[in-house]
Write a protein of this length. Sequence first.
Length: 423
Amino acid sequence: HNFLSLHSRELDSYNIAAPLDFVSWDNYHFYGATPAIVAASHDLYWGMKRRSYWIMEQQVSNVNWAGYNPAFRPGEVGLKVWQSVARGADGVVYFRWRAATLGAELYHSGLLDHGGRPTRGYVEAQEIGQVLPELAPLLRDSVPQAKVALLHDYASRWSLDLQPHNRDLADDGAFQRALMGPYEALWERNVGIHVLPLNGDDDLSAYEIVIAPAINLLSQENADRLATYAQGGGTLIAIARTGFKDELGLVPESPPGHLADVMGVTVEEFDSLPPDRVNRVQFVEGPSATVPVALWCEVLSPTTARPLAIYQADYYADRPAATLREVDEGRAIYVGVLAGADFYGPLFDWLLPVVGVRPLLDTPPGVEAAARVGPAGRVLFLLNHTDAPVTVTLPTRYADALTDEAVNQELRLGPREVRILRE
């Protein structure tokens, strides 16, 4: 079944995917879809079956249906396709074969133009088609490398859609902010992420960090599973609006409901801010940073947790905005704001070394590093999503995955260039 991107939530795709051997999705890069947002969609569909997926529709240049429809720049087809492969795709199908001469999609790009002539996209797709079979032995039975899991739940998204409680959090805004804040910060640091179903049977102990982003509907069973994970040595991060209702939509006496005990905190009240009001939070433990927060601020009342960050303004100045609690062998962090990567960046810079998660590689901004690990070893993908040349410093010796030639540890990538390496 060809699903749509992470933004699609019209139905519960997990139910449709359950009887399928593998899933696929349509990878369209409309204007404004950042590389991190697209990467999150890839991670969602890998996590749907915990196995490789296909791209059933990959554009080769303009689409015809977005608000803005820029053409792909040279190298961009390869950049999009290799990002798919790096994050778990085993097959890519292009759309369209030939640009339409009749109907609604007259301005949609094709591998061939309206006259049946090969386009720039055709040439790039041809080059990819020559390389991919050579990589197949290295990628066979491989999986994306990750020690961080982000939980995902369609029912919670529907719940937040019905009651966003803030105009700017409507249309999936609350969940997207809760998920993409930590995701983008991890993506920028080249930390692998698995996006897993809340109601799945995954062994969470395989992950050093598990994040529950605005899981608005939370059953006792799922809360117990998360508590057990933290008690067993994991680090659980629950983000604002998590546990506000049980699975039937009933609000508990004290949010975050079934998670209140393990998090060691309750939500005393919440402030839904209009866009002209901005607060700031300051970390008081761990990282040293002060960042702006907007739209949603929860006033937290710790029971057994201690403040991790506090508000700096308004009537709840100096009250906790985030808390930390040691839980047996693990820890529980509650974040009471819907914050962006500017909040989670400092948090992860402090937390990742504490829990033993090492970024795959330190790269310049806009350069993505992702790895697949399998019987043939680890394959490293370096993708320059920028329009400028960059230099990546490799920490050890790598060889080109296709030629087996050693590469310079000061590796230069041209604009939109991709390199595929192996140790």
